[in-house]
Design a protein around this ligand. Structure first.
Ligand code: PMP
Length: 410
């Protein structure tokens, strides 16, 4: 439901938040399935692999050992230690216990970071295309999202210039998501250094670094972190991550954050008055995942890479579609602007992203998420967190659907 005015009985802030487009699409998929139609859901936002066996065993052992009580709002000492080790390995930064937050997914921590820091009218710079949730999380917490262009011309990355132009007296946060959802773009060290240069001139601005996809990395080197490139900015960086994507643990709901002691304490206060703490059993599982070896990640990334290549080459072979090869994550971002204005065999003109998505669904049973959901119309996002046979069938279906279109009127 898109709410434009808060319904009777609801707070005014509910007029500033809408349901996530992914949940809306999931409802549409269910409708189709209920009608007995086959659907190829290239909308999937979570790994299709099972959680690694040793992680499940750690959870079972925790249950047997009676680790079934409330924990500290900031997580168990064991999980805290596993997170700090992981952060040290990744960023070279030694975070102290008071500089770590643990929550019910990176999503909850990002929400709480905004709740803890935004006053009415504060601005948050969100490079677009962007993960669907950032603008709503900002607005429901009283802030104003300021979308900054980070499109194809700049490799889907925010440049120092675009950042500088977006900053005002009200800017509180910059959001940096690398690898990016939906584009799969990864910021290189020089690109991060250029942004750090601008940030040094604006000491009031904090940076939310969302690195939830950092382990699903197709590059030859680890995904760089802003905090490694610019350790002098560490107090202003809130690094958000979690076990959902790397270890196929979306349903366990454990995320973590690293940042200033003040922000982490504020998040802990909010946790203590809302959820109390994340699930104790999930925390034991997350600690086992972070302390475990890299085999699961290496194996799954090899599979993702094959699927990525299949999906990119398949979409690239379709006239009118221009897929971007992602450097990380499990989504292919595709420019479909050449199909705007084309006519379906029934004579319907494809005007919006939603028209194209609906056409793919009706003609080929393929579901994608529209570019406008990410603040960038003329595109769609297709996930490859699905088996290769399904991806191949979806690519064939999209190719057939596009071949039936009549060119736009010129
Ligand atoms: N950030 C981004 C960019 C995401 O795509 C997601 C998951 N869709 C999250 C954060 C949230 O992940 P978690 O399961 O840890 O809440």
């Amino acid at each position: 439901m898109t709410v434009t005015e808060a319904a009777p009985g609801l707070a005014g802030r509910m007029s500033r938040v809408k349901e996530s487009p992914s949940s809306r699409v999931a409802d549409r998929v269910r409708e189709f399935q209920a009608a007995g139609r086959k659907v190829l859901p290239l909308t999937i936002g979570e790994p299709d692999f099972d959680t690694p066996g040793p992680v499940k065993e750690a959870a079972i052992a925790a249950i047997r050992a009676g680790e079934t009580k409330y924990t500290s709002a900031n997580g168990t000492p064991a999980l805290q230690a596993a997170i700090r080790d992981r952060l040290l390995r990744k960023t070279g930064q030694a975070y102290g216990p008071g500089e770590i937050s643990v929550g019910g997914g990176a999503k909850q921590l990002i929400f709480l970071a905004f709740l803890a820091t935004l006053d009415e009218g504060d601005e948050v710079i969100v490079p677009a295309p962007h993960w669907v949730s950032y603008p709503d999380m900002v607005t429901v917490n009283g802030g104003s999202p300021v979308l900054a262009a980070a499109g194809a011309e700049t490799g889907y990355k925010l440049t120092a210039r675009a950042l500088r132009e977006s900053i005002t007296d009200r800017t509180k946060w910059l959001v940096l998501n690398t690898p990016n959802n939906p584009t799969g773009a990864v910021y290189g060290e020089a690109e991060l250094e250029a942004l750090a240069g601008v940030l040094r001139a604006h000491p009031r601005i904090s940076v939310l670094c969302d690195e939830i996809y950092d382990e699903i990395n197709f590059g030859t080197r680890p995904v760089p972190s802003l905090v490694t490139v610019a350790p002098d900015l560490r107090e202003r960086i809130f690094l958000a991550n979690g076990v959902s994507k790397a270890y196929a643990m979306t349903g366990w709901r454990i995320g973590y954050g690293a940042g200033s002691p003040e922000l982490c304490a504020a998040i802990s206060t909010l946790q203590s008055q809302s959820s109390s703490c994340p699930s104790s059993v999930s925390q034991a599982a997350a600690a086992a995942a972070l302390n475990g070896g890299r085999e699961f990640i290496d194996e799954t990334v090899a599979v993702y890479r094959e699927r990525r290549d299949l999906l990119v080459s398949g979409l690239d072979a379709v006239a009118g579609l221009r897929p971007l090869t992602p450097e990380g994550g499990f989504y292919v971002w595709t420019d479909a602007s050449a199909l705007s204005g084309a006519r379906t065999p029934e004579g319907r003109v494809l005007e919006t992203d939603a028209d194209l998505a609906e056409y793919f669904l009706e003609t080929a049973g393929v579901v994608v998420i529209t570019g406008d959901s990410y603040g960038c119309p003329g595109h769609f996002r297709a996930s490859f967190a699905l088996d290769s046979a399904t991806l191949a069938e979806a690519v064939t279906g999209i190719g057939r659907a596009v071949s039936l279109l009549r060119q736009r009127k010129s």
